[in-house]
Write a protein that binds this ligand. Structure first.
Ligand code: NDP
Ligand code: 2IT
Length: 444
């Protein structure tokens, strides 16, 4: 059996009931075959892939807090410190009822390769909890965040592990987490990113994932002789990534006709009204039905189906495995030319294969959504220097980083004989830097 297949079987056997983790590992290992085959005996002897698929450390903890009725609630807390070969662990905290160890491991594993692709010195990690911020009062969210940090603080630090936002974790949650870290440790340091602008946050971090997604989409289309301006774009999600992806798409001359949340989706043929979307989601924290109420031409549909509309470019920006085979078929039938992943692993493996085999350009999340964590790395740099760059400076650096990521994944795909396969290109380019650093550092 090939080394790649051996390691995949080992991962499945040793990590039962973690299907998302298996899926993420499988995609990476499949892409790495041409790289591993060139040096199979060396990598096998070093157990490099076994080490890469095993987190350096996984921390599981109890998060007790008191709700507004005086009832004690208990949630599960996680921080998976996956790989520190190229820098301190870096990655978000997800707060969503679906969170479990397998989800956090899949996200942490992806983060290692994504962070490597950014070209900045950050390792990979991820954390979170099954706590659901939806419908909770600000005081309840604060109580949860303070309890979460009361355990997490001993495992993180500006040069150790630097968490950030993800699903369910935005500016409010980062503020509460930061305050508690500072209170416990007495240290005012860049232990989190995505901080508010008054206490060490970076301009453009809020926008970065969505903006970066559009920068790489534009660059990828350009390299294939296609302009983004004038194209119709379908976006899923209505959170941080989706909102700023929609904003940048419109700024670049494309028309965004959809957004979605966990209950339904909006079709707005005249183009999504970004100011209204922000008001509904960022200010009122309401459902998309409120968007439809305020906009007479917009139609609200219950349930799935956001990718059944006619579009040129699809940008899944909600969550894992949301774009399935039936969606991929609808996209191809409707003439879609590109799918770029704003979320982490939003496209199932079958859907990815269907899209790619039907000639749809496909940029995987670990490249396409890397602008968020890349700008987090810029926030860390600013914190270390104790100064702040302007919005334009950060945005220009983000743009350069996304263009470079595209160039690197495109070049890696060509070098390993699969031109245009950006999945393979991203996995290979991300892997090589981490592998070289791990080999240089010995058996650790
Ligand atoms: P938010 O919490 O801001 O928004 C998530 C959006 O997805 C919401 O509109 C949510 O709807 C919708 N959604 C639909 N179905 C689900 C589901 N089953 N589980 C969770 N959300 C669902 O998160 P972000 O925009 O920050 O993150 C979106 C994706 O992008 C995630 O995959 C995340 O890992 C990834 N990502 C985020 C980065 C960042 O900087 N924030 C960076 C790189 C990747 P509802 O409100 O109804 O729950
Ligand atoms: O998935 C991701 O890259 C993020 N949620 C952002 C992580 C970060 O550290 O900014």
């Amino acid at each position: 059996m090939s080394y790649v297949d051996e390691v995949y079987e080992r991962v499945v056997a040793q990590n039962p009931a973690q299907p998302e983790f298996h899926q993420a590992v499988r995609e990476v290992l499949d892409s790495l075959r041409p790289v591993i085959e060139r040096n199979e005996e060396k990598y096998r002897k070093e157990a490099l892939l076994e080490r890469m698929t095993t987190p350096e450390r996984a921390i599981l903890f109890r998060v007790p807090w008191v709700d507004d009725k005086g009832q004690v609630q208990v949630n599960n807390g996680y921080r998976v410190q996956f790989n520190s070969a190229i820098g301190p662990y870096k990655g978000g905290l997800r707060l969503h009822p679906s969170v479990n160890l397998g989800i956090i491991k899949f996200l942490g594993f992806e983060q290692v390769f994504k962070n490597s692709l950014t070209g900045t010195p950050i390792g990979g990690g991820k954390g979170g909890s099954d706590f659901d911020p939806k419908g909770k009062s600000d005081r309840e969210v604060m109580a949860f965040c303070q309890s979460f940090m009361t355990e997490l603080y001993r495992h993180v630090g500006a040069d150790v592990d630097v968490p950030a936002g993800d699903i369910g974790t935005g500016a409010r949650e980062i503020g509460f987490l930061y305050g508690q870290y500072k209170r416990i440790t007495g240290k005012y340091e860049g232990v989190l990113t995505g901080k508010g602008l008054t206490y060490g946050g970076s301009l453009a971090r809020t926008e970065a994932t969505g903006y970066g997604l559009l920068y790489i989409t534009q660059e990828m289309l350009k390299s294939n002789g296609i302009e983004l301006a004038g194209k119709t774009v379908a976006i899923s999600g209505a959170g941080n990534v989706a909102i700023y992806a929609a904003q940048k798409a419109e700024q670049l001359g494309a028309k965004v006709v959809t957004v979605s949340d966990s209950t339904g989706w909006i079709y707005d043929p005249e183009g999504i009204d970004i100011a209204l979307l922000k008001d509904v989601k960022e200010v009122r924290r309401a459902r998309l039905t409120e968007y439809a109420k305020a906009r007479s031409n917009a139609v609200y549909h219950e349930g799935r189906g956001v990718f059944t509309v006619k579009c040129d470019v699809a940008l899944p920006c909600a969550t894992q495995n949301e774009l399935q085979l039936d969606d991929a078929k609808a996209l191809v039938a409707n003439g879609c030319i590109a799918v770029c992943e704003g979320a982490n692993m939003p496209t199932t493996q079958e859907a990815t294969e269907y899209l790619m085999s039907n000639g749809v350009f496909f940029v995987p999340g670990k490249a396409a959504n890397a602008g968020g964590v890349a700008t987090s790395a810029l926030e860390m740099s600013q914190n270390s220097m104790r100064l702040s760059w302007t919005f334009e400076e950060v945005d220009a650096k983000l743009h350069d980083i996304m263009v470079n990521i595209f160039k690197n994944i495109d070049a890696a795909a060509k070098e390993y004989g699969v031109p245009g396969n950006y999945v393979a290109g991203a996995n290979i380019a991300g892997f090589l830097k981490v592998a070289t650093a791990m080999e240089a550092q010995g058996v650790v």
